[in-house]
Write a protein that binds this ligand. Structure first.
Ligand code: GRF
Length: 188
């Protein structure tokens, strides 16, 4: 199973995948790692692991459609079985969703459909929920929508800040992501 991973940030989820592949726990080939801007930790981690990387910088394109077209072409060139949004904080246009219909995966740090969007952890905390968690799902054209593949719950503590809660969620998120990828690689 070949995947292309897309990142915008530090790439700790991606690192978990890289490590699992490297030590033989996950039978997946990471064909490439791409980002929507230069200088992401995710691309640095991938390059450090000898994985091919690319940047399709949102700022270099006239509009979302033009950027989406470039990103779609770039990803298609690797012929991936799945494209993984691993903290990819950019809404992709219709062309991308159509090209990777049913094979674009996303991880989100909340129990969808609750708290979609860029601030899922902050929003859950502000609402006052006692349990939140993480979701791995097939992404469609919406914001954090599409069929849910797996979820894990995380209890909110009285003294949690957005940072402490997000760190605990990310521990579960990484494990969940590996579980889902292993399942898909095994043909589930
Ligand atoms: C993850 O919690 C992801 O779900 C969210 O941002 C975080 C990315 O972290 N969208 P990292 O870049 O994998 O460290």
């Amino acid at each position: 199973m070949r995947i292309v991973a897309l990142v915008s940030g530090t790439g700790s989820n991606l690192q978990a995948v890289i490590d699992a592949v490297a030590d033989g726990r996950l039978d997946v080939e990471i064909a490439a790692v791409g980002a929507d801007r230069p200088g992401t930790g995710g691309v640095e981690r991938a390059a450090g692991a000898g994985i091919e990387t690319f940047v399709v910088d949102f700022g270099d394109y006239a509009d979302r459609a033009a950027w989406t077209h470039a990103l779609t072409q770039k990803c298609l060139a690797y012929a991936p079985d799945y494209v993984l949004s691993s903290g990819f904080m950019r809404i992709v246009g219709e062309e991308f969703i159509e090209a990777f219909d049913g094979t674009y995966l996303n991880t989100h740090p909340a129990l969808l459909p609750a708290f979609p969007g860029a601030h899922g952890v902050r929003d859950a905390l502000a609402y006052g929920v006692k349990v939140t968690g993480c979701t791995v799902h097939v992404a469609d054209a919406g914001v954090d929508t599409g069929p849910i593949l797996a979820q894990r719950a995380v209890a909110v503590r009285e003294d949690d800040t957005e940072e402490t809660l997000h760190e605990r969620i990310k521990i579960e998120e990484r494990a969940l992501l590996l579980e889902v990828l292993a399942g898909l690689a095994a043909g589930a």
